[in-house]
Ligand binder design. Structure first.
Ligand SMILES: Nc1ncnc2c1ncn2[C@@H]1O[C@H](COP(=O)(O)OP(=O)(O)OP(=O)(O)O)[C@@H](O)[C@H]1O
Ligand SMILES: [Mg+2]
Length: 362
């Protein structure tokens, strides 16, 4: 990307309003600002605004520590308030020289893909800033942060079982939208689905974030061979890591790992544990269909009256199928959506207060 072209494009975008056809898709690798028809981005709920570095600094009080929401592999995320008064989350991409190319690619993929998506279970990209060497992504602000913090007790109280089920269903619906062709005409593999990329709004609705590693499946194909295996330890599809073949089912494996985190309240990988207890999948894989042993791994902080054992067994069974080694044996995302709806119904029937509460803390 040539920066003068970016700023020229930014200026053009600022001075026009677009409400015509969606963009014609071009692979992120071919994303060239100068030949991308800038007059035709899809009109989105927010529109992808372009910001200056000054606007980013003002929004976050110069990236003050008080506004720091969290830190990830590609930078820090700050809470910010735009001139319009809108509260947002601003990811300041941190690109040390050895990660520069990867970071730049993630930035472009995220802007390119997320700008085209619009679903209640996906975090919205409000805009971005590409100013000199600085890169920022501006997202809708998710008041309750990431799911992992709520499961591992970093937040003050753990979330209840019915809310966990609702989060699992929301995340599955977000993935279903990506995997269907409804988003950009061809399916999208997220490739970095994990509990820190499931964010929660003020009502604990789940929204998937971080599309920097997302991959559009080649048209008509179910497998995409990649040169490098990308993702996060603990969530890697074993078939993808051993063959480099990426499929939609790679996301299902990661989804299964998140189901296990919801069930057990443990991390996918916990390096503070002994060598045999660090990997959640290896630890629980063989007991998911054994009710007696299953009871022992249910998050001990879930009150016994918040779940029915029937619903737990169905949930564990779904998780066990999602994490199968053979990707063809895993359920599709639509199967996951349907099964989770049934599990929610089963749990509510078990004398647990009828319909799922909008939000209930333990
Ligand atoms: N839109 C948002 N609203 C509120 N908090 C957010 C938002 N996006 C990210 N965060 C917070 O910032 C943290 C860091 O996010 P980031 O995506 O940079 O890293 P990560 O997903 O935790 O890890 P990694 O970079 O390794 O994938 C998140 O865990 C979350 O708590
Ligand atoms: Mg993230």
């Amino acid at each position: 990307m040539h920066f003068p072209l970016v700023s020229a494009w930014n200026k053009r975008r600022r001075s026009k309003s677009y409400d015509t056809d969606p963009w014609v898709y071009r692979a992120a690798e071919c994303w060239q600002i100068n030949d991308q028809a800038p007059s035709q981005p899809r009109k989105r709920r927010y529109g992808s605004s372009v910001y200056t570095l000054k606007e980013m600094e003002e929004a976050t009080s110069f990236f003050s520590d008080e506004n720091l929401l969290g830190k990830g592999g590609f930078g820090r995320v700050y809470k910010g308030t735009l001139k319009t008064g809108e509260v947002v989350a601003i990811k300041k991409m941190d690109l040390p020289p050895f990660k520069k190319a990867d970071g730049e690619r993630e930035f472009r993929v995220e802007v390119d893909i997320l700008s085209r998506l619009d679903h209640p279970n996906l975090v919205s990209l409000i805009g971005y800033c590409a100013d000199g060497k600085q890169r920022f992504l501006v997202y809708e602000y998710m008041q309750n942060g990431n799911l992992q913090d709520h499961l591992t007790g970093i937040k003050e109280a753990k979330i209840s079982w019915p809310v966990r089920l609702r989060i699992a269903l929301g995340a599955a619906k977000g993935l279903a939208y990506l995997h269907s062709s409804s988003a950009v005409g061809i399916p999208i593999v997220h490739r970095d689905f994990k509990s820190t990329n499931v964010l929660l709004d003020s009502n604990y609705n789940a929204k998937i974030s971080d599309f920097g590693l997302a991959k559009l499946m080649p048209e008509g194909k179910e497998t995409c061979v990649t040169a490098r295996v990308l993702g996060t330890f603990g969530y890697f599809d074993p078939e993808y890591t051993s063959t480099g073949k990426l499929t939609l089912q790679s996301d299902i494996y990661a989804f299964g790992v998140v189901l296990l985190e919801l069930l057990t309240g443990r991390r996918a990988v916990d390096l503070t544990q002994g060598p045999n207890e660090q990997n959640l999948v290896l630890q629980v894989r063989n007991i998911l269909n054994d009710r007696k042993k299953l009871r022992k791994v249910i998050d001990p902080e879930l009150p016994r009256n918040s779940y029915s054992m029937e619903a737990i067994a169905m949930f564990a069974d779904l998780a066990s199928r999602c994490i199968r080694i053979e990707s063809s044996e895993r359920p599709s995302v639509m199967d996951c959506v349907k099964e989770l709806q049934l599990i929610i119904y089963t749990n509510s029937k078990g004398g647990l207060g009828g319909t799922i509460p909008t939000f209930r803390r333990l």
